[in-house]
Design a protein around this ligand. Structure first.
Ligand SMILES: *Cc1c(COP(=O)(O)O)cnc(C)c1O
Length: 490
């Protein structure tokens, strides 16, 4: 028998010896962070990480306690000054949302309460339900549909495709894809996000099971090629089971003709999933609501609250029309989770029955706080403002003879390049534009991102930023033209 008396007598805990000290520290942290966000416009949009900061972030494993004050000082010196910058007004890269002060405070409250939002009769389960109900309403999904908050779009798309697969053939869940006698195929445009292929890979279907359909000049999926391909593949014994439509492609923000995809899916008895990771929220903007009303008719939809809902990272959502199918794809009844009539083990549906993850954090609290504090109307207005800014930027580009718009602006993504149109410049333009992007980022003046469109290096601006102002786009264009002309020696 081991003698544990000593350890038992000591009553160790992670709670502080002095609660007043930690309270002061907490107040200071909150004040510092609010002041940082308040003054974020004065910060550079990005700065290179200093050598000393990198060194500071490469230390041996801490074995003994150090004062919180010391660790916090390290945070202030080595972490705080070097963020991605997506909280900055002049950040328009990839599809990174800004977050908000209210969300930050809500995250602290969520972490303090630290519930496991997986199962049981406790408040966070109802917050989650409430938030999902609001999101269903926003997307026009019926109350009978199901939904789950996930870590993001990639996880949400994977979850949706698993349900689509199982709805095609219920035996797969038991027997695996080995039970199939043909190749199950997914159809989406060439412009779809790579996470669709990754999902097919993870599901054991293989990367090649994703058939990428060419796009039109405006980067929408080519409907007639899609139809032909499905017919051809069926004739060849393949098993087309799912179409993934895009609302806001990652490169250019293109919106596929969802009504036409819906007709094809119905005709061919296929699942229609929509990847609207950032773009789905365009549905809330009057100019798009008619076109996107059809979203209420699809089988499932992905959208990220951490993108165009201005929430912090780690919150995506999946909505599924057929709740039974959704649950049948993930529920595995186990003794240690079965429901009781009363007590903590009663309560709403077990959330892990609707996805892959088991334990879940309280990310819905920041959604709950933000949707109420700001109100849907304000959020709609901000999304619409971003759309207006995209078209404003397009206009600025079209007015400049040295700039060339490279893709149709659909919602909030603007693709263009510096092109002074002087002799023998074409071959150098990719290099010049890449240099412009790097110089801009390094100067801390603005953070656009980039992509390749038909072999052309493209400066890409995706506006999902509630802090951006009109003047930010004016000065952005001025900077690009200045850097471009310096590079070509003018
Ligand atoms: C961002 C994005 C994804 C991936 O979502 P994560 O939240 O990063 O996992 C998928 N599809 C599109 C269109 C996206 O923009």
């Amino acid at each position: 028998m081991i003698d544990y008396t000593n350890i038992l007598e000591n009553e160790y805990t992670l709670d502080p010896d002095n609660w007043d000290d930690i309270e002061r520290m907490g107040v200071e942290m909150v004040k510092d962070m609010i002041s940082y966000l308040r003054n974020i416009r004065k910060e550079p949009s990005w700065r290179p990480i200093s050598d000393s900061a990198k060194k500071d972030l490469h230390k041996p494993i801490p074995t003994t306690p150090q004062p919180l004050r010391t660790i916090y000082n390290d945070y202030v010196e080595s972490i705080l000054p070097y963020p991605t910058g997506n909280i900055h007004p002049k950040f328009w890269a990839w599809a990174d949302g800004t977050g908000s002060v209210v969300a930050m405070l809500a995250d602290m409250l969520a972490s303090g309460l630290n519930p496991n939002v997986c199962a049981g009769e406790h408040s966070s389960m109802y917050v989650e339900q409430q938030v999902i109900d609001w999101l269903k309403e926003m997307m026009g999904f019926p109350a009978t549909s199901s939904g789950i908050l996930l870590s993001g779009g990639a996880m949400s798309n994977l979850t949706a495709l698993i349900i689509a697969r199982n709805s095609f053939d219920k035996s797969i869940r038991k027997k695996g894809i080995n039970s199939k006698h043909g190749l199950m195929t997914i159809y989406t445009s060439e412009e779809a996000h790579s996470c669709i292929e990754k999902a097919a890979d993870v599901m054991g279907l293989g990367l090649e099971s994703v058939i990428k359909i060419p796009v039109e000049a405006n980067y929408q999926i080519n409907i007639s090629i899609l139809k032909e391909q499905i017919h051809k593949d069926k004739a060849n014994g393949l098993l087309p089971f799912c179409i993934v439509g895009n609302v806001g492609t990652v490169n250019t923000g293109a919106i596929d003709p969802i009504d036409e995809l819906l007709l094809i899916a119905k005709e061919e008895s296929m699942w229609l999933h929509i990847d609207g990771a950032f773009g789905a929220f365009a549905k809330l903007v009057p100019e798009y609501s008619k076109q996107l009303n059809v979203l209420s008719e699809v089988d499932s939809i992905t959208f990220d609250l951490h993108k165009w809902m201005y929430l912090p990272f780690g919150i995506g959502c999946l909505l599924v029309k057929n709740k039974e199918l959704h649950k049948d794809s993930f529920a595995i009844p186990v003794e240690y989770l079965f429901k009781h009539e009363r007590g903590l083990a009663s309560g709403p549906d077990i959330i892990s029955d609707y996805g892959i993850e088991m334990s879940r954090g309280f990310k819905s609290l920041s959604v709950w706080f933000c949707l109420q504090t700001y109100g849907i109307n304000k959020l709609k207005l901000l999304i619409r403002q971003n759309v207006a800014q995209a078209f404003y930027l397009q206009n600025l580009i079209e007015k400049e003879t040295q700039l060339e718009l490279l893709a149709h602006v659909s919602i909030n993504v603007v693709c263009f390049r510096f092109n002074p149109q002087i002799p023998n410049i074409e071959a150098k333009l990719n290099e010049i534009n890449k240099e412009i992007v790097m110089k801009l980022q390094e100067s801390g003046d603005a953070t656009p991102s980039y992509t390749m469109l038909k072999g052309i290096y493209t400066i890409r601006v995706a506006i999902i930023n509630h802090r951006s102002r009109k003047e930010d786009f004016d000065s952005f264009i001025t900077s690009i033209i200045k850097i471009g002309n310096e590079l070509i020696g003018f």
